[in-house]
Design a protein around this ligand. Structure first.
Ligand code: NAD
Ligand code: LMR
Length: 334
C-alpha cells in the first residue's frame, strides 16, 4: 500500500500534479485534500483506468482521514504570487497554512515523507521541520523542499542556447543549489555533463550570465505572463511529479542512484557535513541521493567556478534571513 496525499489538490498545481500522479503504478491510493472542491477533482480522476484508488477530502475536519497511513504528503497549498510580489510576500498567508498541515502530519502520519511546494520554500521548509521537532517526530531525511522546477527550467533553457543538447539528456545533469527564490537559486552551469556521451557543455561568459539570470527569475517570467492569474502551475506540476516519483522509485521500488536537487535540513542528514561547513547554514538545496528512508546521502557541492562562488555567497546571505524567519515563526510565535 502506497498512499500519497496531495494537500491543496484542487488548486492550479494540485490538479495537474494529481493527474500526473494518477498515472503511476507505484501509488495505490491517491488522497486529495483541500479546503474546497477536492471531492469533485477526486471523482473526476477516479474514472481514469490506472491502478490507484482516489479519494477526496474537504476541510480541516477531513484532514486526519486524508493523512492516515500516508507514505508521502505533497503540499502545494497556499496562495501564489501576483505581479510585483516576491515569494517572501506570501509568508504572511502561507506560513500558517503550512504550519497547520505539518502539525496534522506530525499527529496522523509522523513517518511520512513531506514534500513542500508552497512558497516561500526557503522559509516553509524550516517551518515544517520546526513543527516536527516540537512534536518529537522529526527525521531530517524525510522533509524536502521541492526545487525541481529550477532544474527543469535549467535543462530547457540550456537546450534553447545549445540546441545540440536535448533537454531530456541534460535533465538530470544540472545541479541547482541554494534555495528557491531569485538570487538564492544558483545553477551550476560550469559542471554539466551530457549523457550518454559524457560530453561536457561549455558556455561563453555572456551565455552563463544570461542563462543564470533567466533560471533565477524564471518564476517571474510566468507570473508576468499570467498577469494576475497566478504563477507557474503546469510546469510545477510536472516538476513536482518528477520529484515525487523519483522518491517513490528509490523508497518503494528500491532503485539505486536516484539523484535530485532539493532543499533539505542539513544537520542529521547523511553526508551533509561538507555542505554545512561550506555554507554555515542548516538548510540548503543541492543534489541528494534518495533511498528507502528518503535522503540516503547529501552530495558534496561540486567544485564551483569563481562566478558561482560569488553567487553562492549572495545566496547564503539571503537564505540566512529566510530560514531564520521560518524557524522563528514556530519557536518564537508572536
Ligand atoms: P492555487 O491558489 O491555484 O491553489 C492553492 C490551493 O491551496 C487552493 O486550491 C486552495 O484552496 C488550497 N488551500 C488553501 N489553504 C489551504 C489549506 N489550509 N489546506 C489545504 N489546501 C489549502 O495556487 P497554486 O498556483 O497551486 O500555488 C500553490 C503554491 O505553490 C503557492 O504558494 C505557490 O507560490 C507555490 N509554488 C511553488 C513552486 C515551487 O517551485 N516550489 C512553483 C510554483 C508555485
Ligand atoms: C516558480 O518558481 O515558478 C514558483 O516559485 C512560483 C513563483 O512565485 O514564481
Amino acid at each position: 500500500m502506497v498512499k500519497v496525499v496531495v494537500c491543496g489538490a484542487a488548486g492550479g498545481i494540485g490538479q495537474p500534479l494529481s493527474l500526473l500522479l494518477k498515472q503511476s503504478d507505484l501509488i495505490s491510493h491517491l488522497a486529495l485534500y483541500d479546503i474546497v472542491n477536492a471531492i469533485g477533482v477526486a471523482a473526476d480522476l477516479s474514472h481514469i483506468n490506472t491502478a490507484s484508488k482516489v479519494t477526496g477530502h474537504v476541510g480541516a475536519g477531513a484532514l486526519a482521514e486524508a493523512l492516515q497511513g500516508a507514505h508521502t504528503v505533497v503540499i502545494p497549498a497556499g496562495v501564489p504570487r501576483r505581479p510585483g510580489m516576491t515569494r517572501d510576500d506570501l509568508f504572511k498567508v502561507n506560513a500558517s497554512i503550512v504550519r497547520d498541515l505539518a502539525q496534522a502530519c506530525a499527529e496522523h502520519c509522523p513517518k511520512a515523507f513531506i514534500l513542500v511546494i508552497s512558497n516561500p520554500v526557503n522559509s516553509t521548509v524550516p517551518i515544517v521541520c520546526e513543527v516536527l521537532k516540537k512534536a518529537n517526530v522529526f527525521d531530517p531525511r524525510r522533509v524536502f523542499g521541492v526545487t525541481t522546477l529550477d532544474v527543469v527550467r535549467s535543462s530547457r533553457f540550456v537546450h534553447e542556447v545549445k540546441p545540440q543538447f536535448e533537454p531530456h539528456e541534460i535533465a538530470n545533469r544540472i545541479t541547482v543549489v541554494g534555495g528557491h527564490s531569485g538570487a538564492t537559486i544558483v545553477p551550476i552551469l560550469s559542471k554539466i555533463n551530457q549523457q550518454p556521451h559524457n560530453q561536457s557543455i561549455s558556455f561563453t561568459p555572456e551565455e552563463i550570465k544570461t542563462l543564470t539570470h533567466r533560471i533565477q527569475f524564471g518564476g517571474d517570467e510566468v507570473v508576468k505572463a499570467k498577469d494576475g492569474a497566478g504563477s507557474a502551475t503546469l510546469s510545477m506540476a510536472y516538476a513536482g511529479a518528477r520529484f515525487t516519483l523519483s522518491l517513490l522509485e528509490a523508497s518503494v521500488r528500491g532503485k539505486r542512484g536516484v539523484v535530485e536537487s532539493t532543499f533539505v535540513h542539513l544537520p542529521g542528514n547523511p553526508g551533509s557535513e561538507w555542505n554545512q561547513r561550506f555554507t554555515g547554514l542548516d538548510y540548503f538545496a543541492q543534489d541528494v541521493e534518495l533511498g528507502p528512508d528518503g535522503v540516503a546521502k547529501v552530495l558534496a557541492l561540486p567544485e564551483l567556478s569563481t562566478e558561482e562562488q560569488a553567487l553562492v555567497k549572495i545566496a547564503i546571505n539571503e537564505l540566512k534571513g529566510n530560514v531564520t524567519k521560518g524557524v522563528k515563526f514556530i519557536t518564537e510565535p508572536q
